[in-house]
Design a protein around this ligand. Structure first.
Ligand code: GAZ
Length: 268
């Protein structure tokens, strides 16, 4: 960020949708990054009235504010717009066919995200098996897509690009499934291709904005069924609070179905 900044992204730092935009900017490079300023929103507090007026009452983030005050919403829309107007290499594929393939893969993100979030938020132990199966089906769909369109390589195309920027933040959030649900991809052939993709996505230098520890600690309340900064029963502070810093807090209990600790035991 610098004085040349002309775009403002209002965001929640640990939010995967916001990380998509951050990854896109990292891929485009310094000249692009300098044009964008990130304004942090604390979802554990009532939303600022000025920002609510700009979004006309919607609260989902990220939102992009243009230099003239106009507002754009939806992470994939923000990615497209910033990719087109900012300096630096295009992240989206230039070739129309390749761009269409990216588009088809992006269309799978909604169900993928939904399956993971419903799984982590679930509070009924009897539903675990079914939710795990549903998550695995989503990974299998990604695998089949990659086997069809990019059987040999690692990424969809030559390098980490558009599709990787869309999915990597979700692969990272799903560390909470590994932690709170003991979920991981079984060593079966139907997941081999997507596993290879995920491993390379997670390791890419453009996608290191958050850590597993920050995600597991911040999303603890989701594991108790309370999303978007809401408070679980018996708690006064959200796991998404900025203070105390997540680094100073202990790792939450992995058993999300057991008796939940209070604020103090969570280091909140
Ligand atoms: N489709 C939008 C986009 O930009 O792509 C989604 C944006 C969004 O949901 N942002 C969340 C938000 O601003 C933060 S990240 N919430 C505050 C508010 O007031 O709306 C995602 C989920 C989900 C639960 C949580 C999240 C998440 O499903 O990490 O799936 C979409 C929120 C149950």
């Amino acid at each position: 960020m610098s004085q040349a900044a002309s775009f403002v992204v209002h965001h929640i730092p640990v939010c995967p949708f916001s990380q998509r935009v951050e990854i896109l900017l990292a891929l485009k490079g310094n000249d692009a990054q300098e044009r964008v300023r990130f304004e942090v929103v604390d979802i554990t507090r009532p939303r600022d009235a000025a920002l609510l007026a700009k979004t006309r009452g919607t609260t989902a983030l990220p939102v992009l504010e243009l230099p003239d005050g106009r507002v754009l919403k939806e992470s994939l829309v923000l990615m497209r717009y910033l990719d087109e107007v900012l300096p630096g290499p295009a992240v989206a594929a230039a070739d129309p066919y390749r761009r269409a393939v990216e588009g088809m893969l992006s269309r799978l993100e909604g169900d993928f995200v939904q399956a993971g979030y419903v799984f982590v938020m679930n509070q009924d132990p009897d539903r675990r098996g079914a939710l795990r199966e549903r998550m695995l089906e989503q990974f299998a769909r990604l695998d089949a897509f990659l086997v069809e369109h990019a059987p040999a390589g690692t990424f969809l195309f030559d390098d980490f690009g558009w599709s990787e920027a869309v999915f990597t933040p979700m692969f990272m959030r799903f560390w909470f499934l590994e932690y709170y649900e003991d979920f991981d991809l079984p060593p079966e052939p139907r997941f081999e291709r997507v596993r290879r993709w995920r491993t390379s996505c997670l390791a890419h230098p453009a996608a290191q904005q958050v850590t597993r520890e920050e995600i597991v600690k911040s999303y603890y309340d989701y594991a108790l069924g309370a999303g978007n900064g809401a408070l679980p029963a018996g708690r006064a502070r959200s796991s998404f609070a900025f203070e105390p810093h997540w680094r100073t807090r202990p790792w939450p209990p992995r058993d999300k179905y057991g008796p939940p600790p209070g604020d103090a035991a969570l280091g909140l």
